[in-house]
Design a protein around this ligand. Structure first.
Ligand code: R5P
Length: 307
């Protein structure tokens, strides 16, 4: 079953499993309320695919209602497959008075009926610890690295655009047999960041900037400024699992002279010729296939552990 945010990904996953998406529809009321309805799922092992990207709150509510509808319809087990998990950046209290949004959303999914979660490259590694039900964490790094290989030259350097992306950069670097450089970033606001130092040698090298997600493009823009000042070659490639790409982000990145922007289809994206979209449908299908046979989670294509 797929929510409206992930219909085409859900169809591709179902097709890879030789299945069709379960029927279901969503009604929108004039006041903005949603009413999703599901078919007969009594006794079924249900997988509900719904990324919670923009409009984030609407997509979360739709997912919650779908989970509740499945539970009330008598599903035997319900797995929320949330390829992009919104609010994952709110994984701790940065300031007194903050909420921990990731925890609130995780709790809400469980209380609505999720017996298990499947996520892809979540922003916070501790999502599993925040959840009271099992969380299967998959990674799109090998898929994206496959797309990067023909784009990345022999002299490439994998760049983490902030300290939080270092482990991820190391994983890409392993796939691309390349060194790692790190940019130090400070977030000024939701749309603005400041990049200061660069650690690592980028002079006369092609930079492959990687991140888990790109929202406004501010992080990439700031990193590119520091890389250019550090003497990196201009044919930069950018890659991230989740192309949140709010309005204007793709143009912002394009204006940097970036050669290619590689993302996956955890979210529906549009961004013109610059974009290359890799599919995670086979990865999700494999995970679902194994889970429904109750095969050990250890056999799943899980996120490579840092370290
Ligand atoms: C933050 O730590 C994330 O990993 C991304 O770097 C960030 O969310 C990207 O957002 P934006 O594109 O708005 O800079």
């Amino acid at each position: 079953m797929a929510g409206t945010a992930s219909r085409s990904l859900g169809c591709a996953v179902a097709a890879a499993l030789d299945q069709q998406l379960a029927p279901g529809e969503v009604q929108w009321f004039p006041d903005g309320e949603l009413r999703p309805t599901v078919g007969d799922v009594r006794g079924d092992d249900v997988f509900v695919v719904q990324s919670t990207g923009p409009p984030v709150n609407e997509n979360i509510v739709e997912l919650l209602l779908l989970l509740d509808a499945c539970r009330r319809a008598g599903a035997q087990r319900i797995t929320a497959v949330v390829p992009y998990f919104g609010y994952a950046r709110q994984d701790r209290r940065s300031n007194p008075g903050d909420a921990i949004g990731a925890r609130v959303v995780a709790d809400a999914l469980v209380s609505a009926g999720a017996d298990r979660l499947v996520v892809v490259d979540p922003h916070c590694a501790q999502l599993e610890a925040m959840c009271s039900v099992p969380v299967e964490t998959l990674t799109a790094v090998p898929v994206i690295a496959g797309a990067l290989r023909p784009l990345a030259g022999e002299t490439c350097v994998v760049v983490a655009p902030d300290l939080g992306a270092v482990k991820l950069a190391e994983r890409y670097a392993k796939h691309l047999c390349a060194p790692v450089a790190v940019v130090r970033k400070t977030r000024v606001s939701g749309e603005a960041v400041r990049a200061s130092e660069l650690v690592g040698d980028v002079r006369s090298r092609q930079a492959v900037i990687i991140d888990d997600m790109i929202s406004t493009g501010a992080t990439i823009e700031a990193a590119q400024g520091v890389l250019a000042a550090g003497g990196a070659l201009p044919d930069v490639v950018v890659a991230a699992t989740h192309g949140v790409l709010v309005e204007g982000a793709a143009q912002r990145i394009s204006a940097l002279g970036v050669k290619r922007l590689v993302v996956t289809d955890t979210l529906s994206v549009s961004g013109g010729g610059l974009l290359q979209v890799c599919t995670v449908a086979p990865l999700l299908a494999e995970a679902i296939g194994r889970l429904r046979e109750d095969r050990s989670p250890d056999e799943l294509p899980t996120a490579e552990l840092p370290g």
